[in-house]
Ligand binder design. Structure first.
Ligand code: NAD
Length: 369
């Protein structure tokens, strides 16, 4: 269970348990690191089998957010929250408003957003009680759907990988095996198609395949288990994590792995195996950070051009990580961690700890009412 030894090990600053029996609220907020700014990360609702499972999830996810924000050049720390409950049965206005009041008590040290099983409607209730929330509707000054920006960032990552492998940024003439025709996959397919790449797609959801075909008629569809065997240049996982694993890695015929899914490598060692096989891996938590970049500017006033400009930086940062990987002779996934950690360390040295005052960059905003 929770112990200081455990928090010390991964460097978590703070873990807070919120309980409100009146609405059956059981929430855990983990603030991993606030050196760069307030901790930003979504709230996930899940019927965890045990509290231990919920704690493991929130600790792991919050640490991941620190790295993602740091490597992306954002002035944000890493945090995440989980609500223990069944999203089908346990959601209520009272639960989310109670949760929002607890968040307000953190005085901006943690800013939340949507995550698995938490939708815009739930976030609206949270927003009634605290301004320390993003991913709210455009009508309330929010940034709307993050998926187009996530897809654009993944496309920039693909361009960087193409530059490194082929000496030409454009994926024109390349074949991309796209796993997942969901929100991000659909936009990514459009970017690829417009750039002159051929897209081969799979999805377990026939409706999403149809939607993609309407948007990009030239796509070729393959079965969900055939995607790893596609004769392609780029494998783009945009469905679920851990698809680069012991069972799939020898089937991949690509030169590049670059997609939106989180935690694409089943284990860290798969990064090294990809390297040995001569397959370039574009670090997932950087190239899928477009959505995070997009919400991060809600506090200063969101605009499409501002968001796009930030997302475009993913191209240069990806190249920088490839260079670190070469210079230090380490796999790309490790090189991304090196860049994230060195940024946190250098800013820690000039800045000290984030003090819980939103300051000029994050002036906070009023609640919805
Ligand atoms: P989504 O749920 O809209 O789409 C995922 C798609 O994958 C769905 O169409 C689903 O049917 C399909 N799928 C599920 N299992 C599959 C399988 N075994 N084989 C093939 N297809 C399968 O999700 P999304 O928003 O498009 O996100 C895609 C991935 O990117 C997710 O892993 C998500 O965590 C990650 N991500 C998304 C964002 C974002 O802004 N949406 C940001 C960062 C990371």
């Amino acid at each position: 269970m929770m112990s200081f030894e455990r928090l010390y090990k991964d460097g978590h600053e703070e873990v807070i348990f919120f309980s409100d029996p009146s609405c059956n609220l059981k929430a855990i907020v983990a603030i991993h690191n606030t050196t760069l700014g307030p901790a930003l990360g979504g709230t996930r609702m899940w019927p965890y089998a045990s509290e231990e499972e919920a704690i493991n999830d929130v600790l792991r996810l919050s640490k991941g957010m620190t790295y993602k924000a740091a490597v992306s050049g954002l002035n944000l720390g890493g945090g995440k929250a989980v609500i223990i409950g069944d999203p089908e049965k346990d959601k209520s206005e009272a639960l989310f408003r109670s949760y929002g009041r607890f968040l307000e008590s953190l005085n901006g040290r943690y800013i939340t957003a949507e995550d698995v099983n938490i939708g815009v409607q739930d976030i609206e209730h949270v927003f009634t009680e605290t301004g320390n929330v993003c991913g709210v509707a455009k009508i309330h000054g929010g940034s709307g759907n993050p998926s187009p920006y996530t897809a654009k960032g993944v496309f920039r990552g693909i361009e960087a990988a193409c530059m490194k492998v082929y000496g030409d940024r454009s994926p024109k003439g390349k074949t991309v095996a796209l796993q997942g025709a969901g929100s991000v996959g659909r936009y990514l397919a459009k970017f690829l198609d417009e750039a002159g790449a051929k897209v081969v797609v799979c999805d377990i959801n026939e409706r999403n395949i149809q939607l993609l075909k309407e948007a990009v008629p030239a796509v070729e569809v393959v079965g969900v288990n055939d995607i790893y065997d596609v004769d392609c240049d780029i494998y783009a996982p945009c469905a679920l994590g851990a698809t680069v694993n012991d069972d799939t890695i020898d089937r991949l015929k690509c030169k590049i792995v670059a997609g939106a899914a989180n935690n694409q490598l089943a284990e860290d060692r798969h990064g090294e195996i990809l390297r040995q096989k001569g397959i370039l891996y574009a670090p997932d938590y950087l190239i899928n950070a477009g959505g995070l970049m997009n919400v991060s500017i809600e506090f200063e006033g969101w605009s499409d051009s501002k968001s796009s400009r930030m997302v475009d930086t993913i191209y240069d940062t990806t190249l920088k990580i490839f260079a670190i990987s070469d210079e230090q002779d380490i796999p790309v996934n490790k090189a991304a961690d090196v860049l994230a950690e060195s940024r946190i360390e250098s800013i820690r040295n000039i800045n000290g700890k984030y003090l819980g005052n939103l300051g000029h960059r994050f002036p906070g905003r009023k609640t919805r009412n």
